[in-house]
Design a protein around this ligand. Structure first.
Ligand code: NAP
Length: 272
């Protein structure tokens, strides 16, 4: 038996595709012959346009006959921009088979220094950002009787961490949302699942390590050593590992899997 994904010719929206897990997933999808739309916040693009341009060039340099990648300037905290992502993707590719919800940037920090804005920013981009995109793509997928959605969530949704409460509460709510909406979407053959990475080697992990070191009054190296020490398999995951699982979940190999969470954390999660 060979594990053929048969994704060629499909179209995916990958949010946060300019770096880390999103970029690895966009590359993996494109390599399978999938057209990829990558929405990135306009303000971010203005701040760091090279990052998105480099990501698009890196993807286009992969040897994939036929597939296309398009950047879309959109702030996923705004409902109207989310609508634009969907209409632009449909105008370009006529279909949206796959949605990878991945853009998130919750800050770490001690609770007493966590303002309402810190919580609201995290919830608006990740929790509501994911929900907005699901709401925007589902009517199209419903009419086609097919859809595959993966929410990149995170281990702190199930295992809270004291210095990561804005991100953790957002992730916990997304697990609830993923499970809850899966039953409604199943009727239309739309599958939705969550992947919860543990520590994964991306720029964001570096930023969080710096913020955690500051909150705990220790060095970044100590934070990283503590992190690896707490992982039973004693390794940090690579973004490509999360991407590979996402591709499996959006393929027909996972045709009976919906409403579930798969944890990729080297065995760290303590409960069942
Ligand atoms: N890395 C980990 O250890 C880890 C663990 C658990 C969960 N996760 C989750 O995995 C997802 C990806 O994380 P990552 O580590 O790959 O992060 P990353 O390397 O920092 O990449 C984050 C991506 O999100 C985009 N983004 C950030 N803020 C945005 C905004 N306001 N609007 C639109 N896009 C925005 C970034 O694009 P710009 O170029 O526009 O900045 C970038 O493409 C996140 O949801 C994160 O919570 C990561």
């Amino acid at each position: 038996m060979s594990l053929e994904l048969h994704l060629s010719g499909k179209t995916a929206i990958v949010t946060g595709g300019s770096a880390g897990i999103g970029l690895a997933t966009a590359k993996a999808l494109y390599s399978e012959g999938v057209n990829v739309a990558m929405p990135t916040a306009a303000s971010y693009a203005a701040r760091n346009p090279e990052r998105l341009e480099n990501a698009v060039s890196a993807i286009q340099s992969l040897p994939t006959p036929g597939a296309k990648v398009i950047p879309i300037s959109a702030d996923l905290t705004k409902a109207e921009d989310v609508e634009k992502v969907v209409s632009t993707t449909l105008a370009q590719f006529s279909q949206i088979d796959i949605l990878i919800n991945n853009a998130g940037s919750a800050r770490a920090g001690s609770f007493l220094e966590s303002t309402d804005d810190l919580f609201l920013d995290a919830w608006n981009l990740k929790l509501l950002g994911y929900i907005r995109l699901v709401r925007a793509v589902v009517p199209h997928q419903k009419s086609r009787g097919d859809g595959r959605i993966v929410n990149i969530v995170g281990g702190a949704g199930r295992t809270p961490r004291p210095n990561f409460l804005a991100g953790g509460t957002s992730n916990a709510a997304l697990l609830n949302f993923t499970k809850g909406i899966s039953k409604e979407l199943a009727e239309y053959k739309i599958r939705i699942n969550a992947i919860s990475p543990g520590a994964t080697a991306t720029e964001r992990a570096e930023t969080l390590a710096r913020q955690n070191a500051q909150a705990q009054g220790i060095t970044v190296e100590q934070v990283k050593a503590q992190s690896i020490q707490s992982i039973p398999l004693k390794r940090i995951a690579q973004p490509e590992e999360i991407a590979a699982l996402a591709l499996f979940l959006v393929s027909d190999l996972a045709a009976s899997i919906t409403g579930t969470e798969i944890i990729v954390d080297g065995g760290s999660t303590p409960g069942v």
